[in-house]
Design a protein around this ligand. Structure first.
Ligand code: FE2
Length: 190
């Protein structure tokens, strides 16, 4: 793929001004990269799909996943990237079904990054040392981060044929790599 990360980030910044959305995009990018690296796939391509997946969300919420192709055309995004991005809203705002492994991963981890972020924010050590167990505990507490669609994550895990714990672990691993940029790493004591 010819798109560079700088191009992708430029497009993201053009259509997204909110810091929390930027952090969300960085989280999903990092997790996508980690999944790709662990599975012998292309981390650059997977990362860009993660970074751009919500490209149309801030300015075109009513057309989420449907406005995206037009915006992505500005950087000549290949069909494969457009399809992946449109499919992440399958069943909610999009009829495009996740087909490829990469698309299923994106579909699954999008919401999960929200639960990991919310859990990390409750801990003084933030992402540092966060465990699958601590996420699962919060998973069961349905009133905690109630906006996180746990059913959708389970559905995605089913599509992937993967154990939820394994998916959570890779999500933690990916987000930990960018935790300082996300404001999710403890200040080091001097
Ligand atoms: Fe998202």
């Amino acid at each position: 793929m010819d798109i560079t990360r700088d191009q992708a980030l430029g497009l993201f910044r053009k259509y997204n001004k909110t810091e929390s959305l930027y952090h969300h995009a960085l989280s999903v990018e990092a997790v996508m990269r980690d999944f790709a690296e662990k599975n012998g796939e292309d981390p650059d391509f997977w990362g860009i799909a993660g970074l751009l997946h919500d490209i149309d969300w801030e300015m075109f919420p009513e057309e989420h996943c449907r406005k995206a192709p037009e915006l992505l055309a500005e950087i000549n995004a290949p069909d494969e990237l457009v399809h992946a991005i449109c499919s992440h809203g399958y069943g909610l705002v999009s009829d495009v079904e996740p087909e490829k492994y990469m698309e299923k991963v994106l579909y699954t981890i999008d919401e999960l990054t929200g639960l990991v972020t919310a859990t990390a924010l409750m801990r003084p050590e933030k992402m540092k040392g966060i465990s699958v167990k601590s996420i699962k505990k919060k998973w069961k507490d349905k009133s905690f981060a109630a906006g996180v669609n746990r059913g959708l994550i389970e559905e995605g895990a089913g599509m992937l044929g993967m154990d939820l714990s394994q998916i959570i672990q890779t999500t933690i691993d990916g987000m930990t790599k960018v935790a300082p940029e996300l404001g999710l790493w403890p200040e080091e004591s001097v």
